[in-house]
Design a protein around this ligand. Sequence first.
Ligand SMILES: Cc1cc2nc3c(=O)[nH]c(=O)nc-3n(C[C@H](O)[C@H](O)[C@H](O)COP(=O)(O)O)c2cc1C
Length: 373
Amino acid sequence: MSLLPYPLLRPFLFRLDAEAAHELTLAQLERIQHTPLLALAAQPRIDDPLTLAGLRFPNRVGLAAGLDKNARCIDAWGALGFGFVEVGTVTPLAQAGNPKPRIFRLPQSRALINRLGFNNEGLAAFVANVRRSRLRAQGSSAASTASSCATASAQGTAPALVLGLNIGKNAATPIERASDDYLTALEAVYPYADYVAVNISSPNTQNLRALQSDAALEQLLATLAERRAELSAASGVRRPLLIKIAPDLDAEQIEAIAAALLRHGMDGVIATNTTLGRSAVQGQPHADEAGGLSGAPLLQASNAVVRALRQRLGPNFPIIGVGGVQSGADAQSKLEAGADLVQLYTGLIYRGPALVPEVARALASLPHPAPAR
Ligand SMILES: Cc1cc2nc3c(=O)[nH]c(=O)nc-3n(C[C@H](O)[C@H](O)[C@H](O)COP(=O)(O)O)c2cc1C
């Protein structure tokens, strides 16, 4: 168990503005991550290996995108026991995001509303941070592929965690030019990613979610697939591409997305981002703030999308389930809905780092999916 008692820290953090608490926590993690002090925060990494999309995940719990947008604390996340870590969303150019305040707590529902709007330091700073991480500096980014991890296990060393790099578009780029931003970002992160997550589902960048619909999705996925083929031929390494989608989709839209993912040879889907829905939090302070709602009220809606995707994508297509996981049982419900792996964000704010091994243990008790995944 971590020596940092989150139940004691939480009241102090919750007295601060939500974004200030977030910044303070990241700054402390960044400060200690390459020092012996990291041992104070360290937790066991539960051993529950799974090979998916050609990558060997040491366990089935990951950090969701958005908590570490600039990839500042990769090694600290590793020490908390995650099996995989997704950093970003990064956009080609640095941008400030929306005016503050832009993150709100809804403690009654263990939820957050955010409208950050991809505030981040841009690709150059992001890639520099990724390269500085011990995870990447230690060896090639292929360190977590199935074969090299198998070697690591045979030698008795723990397999490295899997690193996902999540990319998006700048707010100032017109939506018709969105693929230019995604291609720029894909090229820059490709050499350092174990997988690349393509975020087309943030509600806080105007029209971004329109990329999930027919013609726009076709064009974006075709463009990404083509550039990935070129990058893969040039480097000799084929990086998995995963698409991150919203929970606010009807059955027909999910069907169309699933068909497009298969048609364009995508390697997985991340479901879901935050919701625009407010029915579960109506009447609570901050419930009417603009932005995306995350946390406990998202669990069922997000699971429903996972279930629908699994039905349409068949048993072997990789699905990462995210949205509302705040206990081992919540995480198990995602796997029962059809996810292979889960990610956490808002649960960490309410439950603290102990949630990571708790979820990893709960999932380790469930059977693994068919080996073909
Ligand atoms: C403050 C905040 C910022 C987020 N930023 C991003 C982001 O930059 N990119 C992204 O793909 N998802 C982002 N997300 C969405 C999360 O990755 C996740 O999909 C969502 O919060 C649902 O999971 P949760 O209920 O465990 O928080 C953000 C979520 C929050 C709460």
